[in-house]
Design a protein around this ligand. Sequence first.
Ligand SMILES: CC(C)(COP(=O)(O)OP(=O)(O)OC[C@H]1O[C@@H](n2cnc3c(N)ncnc32)[C@H](O)[C@@H]1OP(=O)(O)O)[C@@H](O)C(=O)NCCC(=O)NCCS
Length: 206
Amino acid sequence: MLEFGPIILRALEKEDVKTLHKWNNDYIVTLYSRGSPFEFKNMLVMEEEIEKNLKDKKKTFLAIEIKKENRLIGTANYEEDRWGGILSSDLGTMLGEKDCWNKGYGKLVTLGLCELLFFWKNFDRLSAWSIEYNKRAHRVLEQIGFVREGIIRKCSFTSGKYWDWYAFGYLKGEYLSKREKILQKILKNYYPGYLKSIPEEMRSYT
Ligand SMILES: CC(C)(COP(=O)(O)OP(=O)(O)OC[C@H]1O[C@@H](n2cnc3c(N)ncnc32)[C@H](O)[C@@H]1OP(=O)(O)O)[C@@H](O)C(=O)NCCC(=O)NCCS
C-alpha cells in the first residue's frame, strides 16, 4: 500500500467488483477512459475479467482511495513489459466517481504511480494513451512531466466520428531530475509528511 498525500493506492480486491461494475457501465466514465461507451458489461463478465487480471503476475491493479473518507474512487494499473531490453509499462488511470474529477486526485494518482515505478521500482519508461477529446487527462499527464510523443490517427470511433489517440511517454531520468520539485508542487502541504514516511537512509539517491 502506498500512502501518498490524501490518497492511498492499495491492491484491488475481488470484493471491489461491484463498484467496478458500476463504473464500467457509466457511459461518461468509459467515454473518457476507453473512448468506447456503452459496452454493457454484466456482472459475470466483470467477475471473470477481474479474476483473470488479478491472477496475472505481470499486471498490477490498484484501488485508489481517499484516506480520510475511506472511500474507493477509482483504479490504476500497470504491467511489466521487457520489450526492447528495458522495463516499461503502459499506465491506466480511472476515477470512476465523477464528483471527484477536477479536484487534483488525477494528478496525485499519476504522480504516485511515477514515484512507485521510477523511484521505488526500476522502471525505465512509462507510457499513457488518451483519446483526443480527453483534454483533462492530457493536462494531468503534461503537468506531471509526460511528453506527447505521437498520434495514432483516427483509430477510434464514437459519437458519430473518428478520433485520434495521443501517445505520452516519460523516462526515469526525466522524472528523477525533477522529482523533488514536482512532489512539492503536487503534494503541497503533504510533502513533508511523505518525505518523513521514507526511511532517512533512502532519501538521498543522487
Ligand atoms: C482523467 C482523470 C484521471 C483526471 O483526474 P482529475 O482528478 O479529474 O484531474 P485533476 O483535477 O488532477 O486535474 C485536471 C486538470 O485538467 C484541467 N481540465 C479540466 N477540464 C479540462 C478541459 N476540458 N480542457 C483542458 N483542461 C481541463 C483542470 O483545470 C486541471 O488542470 P490544472 O491543475 O491546471 O487546474 C479523471 O478525470 C478520470 O479518471 N476521468 C475518467 C477516465 C479517464 O479519462 N481516464 C484517463 C484515461 S487516459
